[in-house]
Design a protein around this ligand. Structure first.
Ligand code: CAA
Length: 388
């Protein structure tokens, strides 16, 4: 029996590990080098019901919630965080519909995301709306039963490969943040195309691109919640999804730690395996402590969020911040343990260090997360979360 995971979650985790080892590991280096999206692996994930895990049962899913999305992301990220992001990005795109969609929207869009036939994407960020997420310039002008979208979204995960997009646009710019509205936009809608395809430092097996809306007509039935509720939709989605970023960071840290231990057991210097040197041992011990703490926080946080804990914004921010800082530290030290070899591309740790960096940045920088947490401290004083 696992202390924090149910039998079902453990089974999903084991299957995800098997896919990571058998399908992702052999080609992760090539995908990273070429910056190529793993279409075949995504198909295999779909056939193995990985995308069903986080979709409610009523819409052809397994109903295992954020917990399933997180542990699958953790296992894929242990081997390749770029490939994992194709999966997690679809989870992020599906979340607004799962959490806040109408029954019709859920019936229409979730089954094909559950089967993996379609990927989803979440489009909030723009050139001038990063941390300042409400400063959105994309407009949505009302036209009878439709809205006409104009503007450009930037840095969108699953950009060209998704089919179902959640797009935040402003339906009433005079109202500022209260004009923001969340739309479901399908690929192929007239006036919706793709712009720049980004060339990234890490997570190179994922697609990141611009979405361009040029008089793109979207029916009002595709609005999530209602006109003016777009900021709320975006914030709530991120509150729920950030545990998944934490899990991604945890997986990267775990992969780098394993590589460092393996290397330290084999590498000889001064006539000894380097694992016998106490300064190496101290680095490995620190990695182990931080990974265990990150895992305990992630698994408790995801169970809390799935169990309808109401302090989810703060919990999500804590998990994301702690795990991504751990991932950056662990991967950097893993490169250090491998020394000169760690810096070379024949070993996976330099890639893991590049991959780790984004987890401190996306879905809200760690600076923003600390503000989210601090807001609660100001409101509640020294009260801790009610997770336990
Ligand atoms: N849930 C619900 N409502 C919320 C909320 C939340 N978590 N946070 C704020 N709000 C509400 C507030 O209550 C307020 O409403 P009222 O005016 O009715 O009181 C309103 O929204 C405005 O709140 P703030 O004044 O606090 O908003 P702000 O403009 O100062 O921004 C912020 C707050 C936390 C900094 C926010 O902008 C933020 O989270 N920024 C980071 C954005 C981000 O995470 N981007 C990631 C992009 S997605 C991505 O990276 C995905 C990928 O590709 C992998």
């Amino acid at each position: 029996m696992h202390l924090l995971l149910s039998e079902e979650l453990l089974e999903v985790k084991q299957l995800a590990r098997q896919i990571a080892e058998e399908k992702i590991k052999p080609i992760r280096e090539e995908l990273d080098k070429k910056g190529e999206f793993p279409h075949e692996i995504i198909k295999h994930m779909a056939q193995s019901d990985m995308f069903r895990a986080f979709i409610p049962e009523e819409y052809d899913g397994l109903g295992l919630g954020i917990s399933a999305m997180s542990i699958v992301t953790e296992e894929f990220s242990r081997v390749c965080a770029g490939v994992a992001l194709g999966y997690a990005g679809s989870g992020l795109g599906a979340l607004p519909i799962v959490l806040m969609g109408t029954e019709e929207q859920k019936k229409k869009f979730l089954p094909s995301i559950a089967s993996g036939e379609k990927l989803a994407a979440f489009a909030l960020t723009e050139a001038n709306a990063g941390s300042d997420a409400s400063n959105i310039q994309t407009t949505a002008k009302k036209d009878g039963d439709h809205y006409i979208l104009n503007g450009t979204k930037q840095f969108i995960t699953n950009g060209e490969v998704a089919s179902t997009y959640i797009v935040i646009a402003n339906a009433d710019p005079i109202k500022g943040i209260r004009g923001l509205t969340a739309f479901i936009v399908e690929k192929g809608t007239e006036g919706f195309s793709f712009g720049k395809h980004e060339n990234k430092m890490g997570i190179r097996a994922s697609i990141t691109s611009e979405l361009v809306f040029d008089n793109c007509k979207v029916h009002k039935d595709n609005i999530i919640l209602s006109e003016g509720k777009g900021f709320k939709v975006a914030m709530k989605t991120l509150d729920f999804s950030r545990v998944g970023v934490g899990a991604q960071a945890l997986g990267i840290a775990q992969g780098a730690y394993e590589a460092a231990v393996e290397y330290a057991r084999e590498r000889e210097q001064f006539g000894k395996k380097i694992i016998n040197f106490q300064l190496i041992q101290a680095m490995l011990a620190d990695m182990a402590i931080k990974i265990e703490a990150a895992r305990a926080l992630t698994y408790t946080g995801m169970a809390y969020i799935d169990g309808n804990g109401n302090d989810y914004a703060r919990v999500g921010a804590m998990v994301k911040t702690f795990c991504s800082d751990v991932a950056m530290e662990v991967t950097t030290n893993a490169v250090q343990v491998l020394g000169g070899y760690g810096y070379m591309k024949e070993y996976p740790v330099e890639k893991m260090m590049r991959d780790a960096k984004i987890t401190q940045i996306y879905e809200g920088t760690n600076q923003i997360q600390r503000l989210v947490i601090a807001k609660e401290i100001i409101k509640r004083g020294a009260e801790i979360t009610d997770m336990y």
